[in-house]
Design a protein around this ligand. Sequence first.
Ligand code: ISE
Length: 336
Amino acid sequence: MSTLGIAVIGTGKMGADHVRRIGRTVGGARVVAVADPDGDRVKAVAAGLDGASAHTDPAAAMAAPGVQAVLIASPGPAHEEAILHALRRELPVLCEKPLTPDPAGALRVMEAEQRLGRRLVQVGFMRRFDAEYERLKELLDAGGIGRPLFLHCRHRNASSPSFFTSDMLITDSVVHEVDAARWLLGQEITAVSVLSPTPSSAAPEGLRDPRLVLLETAGGAIVDVEIFVNCGFGYEVRCEAVGESGSAQIGEGQTMLVRSGGRGYGEIPQDFTVRFADAYDRQLRRWVAAAAQGRVAGPDAWDGYAAAAVSAAGLAAAHNGVRTPVELVERPALYR
Ligand code: ISE
């Protein structure tokens, strides 16, 4: 079997995690080039890889010998330029979420793919590859709890990084629930409302944390998302689907239960690289297999665009304090 040569763009937390994953858990692929604006960091990452070249310019990494596919894990604002460059070279792409920070950028990505006449971009909405989410999707698709009425979602991070803004609670965190809801329900989101209680005293100065985001769907379901990125105790992503004839819940924690000294407790993962480790592995394995055949195997640029459009409505709802409809262009034939 031939080995897919990958250029990894961005070697921060997620990029470095993917590099490690490609080396250790995902077969059939190897990292042949890495790029990051931080020259020292990228050299250090390349030094740990056999024969990979280090670059500060993403375009140079994509032009390196042996590159057949591109994994983009740079910050969101850098995604569009890197994706368009990869598409000019007709290279399959796995791009971390969000595809682009705004819907206009995602539309330009879709236009580039439509000019090529094929889908080469996959978005890193890894929850679609999580075993519990897959099980819930199967149940809903089979009508196991009847027509879905609600998704009650809880998304909590132990703490937020120093660069995190109030907008990012929506564009960087809730965007996962946006994609998961669209996928689980098979419906587009039509309107967004955002409520913000008095911020937690544990939140950094000025951060509107936590928030409650309400999503309405085309099929008349309601999705409520509590996003709390400084909850302190760990990483928790839960979802309860309520349908006309039952309910189903995931994310209750499958980790070790400890009994000691007259007490019992369950361990809680501390971040997403642990909670979703298997999902990231499966996402990458399936992308590598599909990319080797010039295809995508998961959420595509339309999904990235729809999520960006919901995020834009969410930001408007948060800033203006009013329920905001989501504006979507007609879905192009390539994505139907
Ligand atoms: C981060 O970027 C992620 O994608 C995580 O899954 C999410 O839980 C976190 O809030 C985001 O900042």
